[in-house]
Design a protein around this ligand. Structure first.
Ligand SMILES: *Cc1c(COP(=O)(O)O)cnc(C)c1O
Length: 395
């Protein structure tokens, strides 16, 4: 099916399993275990000689439908669904790396991922080097004999820097390492990292795959050989996606393509409008010609995505943070929350929330100013969103 049909069709049709009742939408299997016809069948299932469901920690039909649909969209051989995006990242490292292995990643990855790598996994013997996302030579220079994995997130949060997936894949492969891409911001609707040379794709399904801010989940995708040990970790450790959450995600994926196009169209309109406003010093959006990696973004992603960040110009006597907080507090419609990928637009002050746990010096080095605001553009009418940001129009 995957070769025959286009993305929109796969999003609606791929991965569906139908029971004897002939339901036209995917069924929710809220049960922990599955019955066998005989002791021999139980033995065959447990021994891996017969495919089929055993126990929902590692086999559940609704979760299987989620995995098969997302595999079709990413062009992956295999997918493992997990309880959250963070557990997808943990399962990837646990499945693929061992103590003493080295991971190269960028400073501009999701904050909790940095914490997982540097505070927790380091204690278990993982070596981690942080480099600049956009400097391919720095990735090359960071390689050591024990380098096992490059871990990339593109576009980055909140500054929407672009990592060059194809070039980083070449550098990783030349070093005998794998390239993993956290594809949370684009989803396969806008970017398919495996087709660009990446080995592993990771998702926080919590974001755009759900699309309405309801449930948590994650996924790891790639070739059978690479994903099998990740599945082995999940089967044993139980970082499992619940069947209910899988059912919500399957429903979300049917509309993923149309939603991502709608998010991106609104985000581009907002970004272009922001560039015209007297109180805006700078706008970060990969779909703008002013973005330093506009050309690369155009090659690598179908559209700019739904995240726009910008710096506010303080009024006389205001600090940068006061200026940003004033704009945020003046909104009536947009939700003040750090989540993203929701139909409801959200507004965040990264320096005092998502990036507050890193030192002011590290924040400055990462280019995250106190005047920076991030908007995850939802699906509301664009003019209503602009009206909610009217403060920016007053010089
Ligand atoms: C939210 C997020 C995660 C973590 O996902 P959870 O589902 O919250 O565990 C990982 N990577 C990126 C880019 C994210 O935005």
């Amino acid at each position: 099916m995957d070769d025959q049909y286009h993305m929109e069709t796969l999003a609606v049709r791929a991965g569906t399993l139908t029971t004897e009742f002939g339901e036209n939408s995917e069924a929710l299997f809220l049960n922990s275990s599955f019955r066998f016809k005989s002791a021999a069948q139980a033995a065959a299932r447990f021994g891996g000689k017969e495919p089929g469901n055993i126990y929902s920690r590692f086999t559940n039909p609704t979760v299987t439908m989620f995995q098969d649909k997302l595999s079709a969209l990413e062009g992956a051989e295999q997918c493992v669904a997990t309880s959250s995006g963070m557990s997808a990242i943990l399962a990837t490292i646990m499945g693929i790396c061992s103590a003493g292995d080295h991971v190269v990643t960028s400073r501009s990855i999701f904050g909790t991922t940095v914490q997982l790598f540097t505070n927790i996994l380091k204690r278990w013997g993982l070596e981690v080097t942080l480099v600049s996302l956009t400097d391919v030579d720095a990735w090359k220079a960071a390689v050591k004999p024990n380098t096992k994995l490059f871990f990339v997130e593109t576009p980055s949060n909140p500054l929407t820097e672009i990592g060059d997936i194809a070039r980083l894949a070449q550098v990783a492969h030349a070093a005998g390492a794998y390239l993993a891409v956290d594809n949370c911001f684009c989803t396969p609707a806008l970017q398919q990292p495996l087709k660009l040379g990446a080995d592993i794709v990771i998702h926080s399904a919590t974001k755009y795959i759900d699309g309405q801010g309801r449930v948590l989940g994650g996924a790891v995708l790639g070739s059978k050989a690479l994903i099998e040990p990740v599945y082995g970790f999940l089967r044993t450790a139980g970082v499992t996606m619940s069947a209910f959450n899988a059912w919500v995600f399957v429903k979300g994926m049917e509309t993923l393509q149309v939603r991502m196009e709608a998010h991106a169209a609104r985000a581009l309109a907002i970004a272009q409008w922001l560039e015209q406003q007297p109180r805006v010093a700078r706008v970060y959006y990969p779909g703008l010609a002013s973005h330093p990696q506009y050309v690369l973004a155009k090659q690598q992603q179908r559209l700019g995505g739904g995240i726009v960040s910008f710096e506010v110009k303080p009024r006389a006597g205001q600090t940068e943070q006061e200026a940003a907080w004033e704009v945020i507090d003046a909104t009536q419609l947009i939700s003040i929350t750090a989540n993203l990928g929701d139909a409801k637009s959200t507004i965040t002050h990264p320096a005092s929330t998502t990036h507050s746990r890193i030192s002011p010096e590290a924040r400055a080095e990462a280019g995250i100013k106190d005047s920076l605001i991030r908007i995850a553009v939802g699906l509301e009418y664009v003019e209503d969103l602009k009206a909610d940001l009217q403060l920016l129009t007053q010089a």
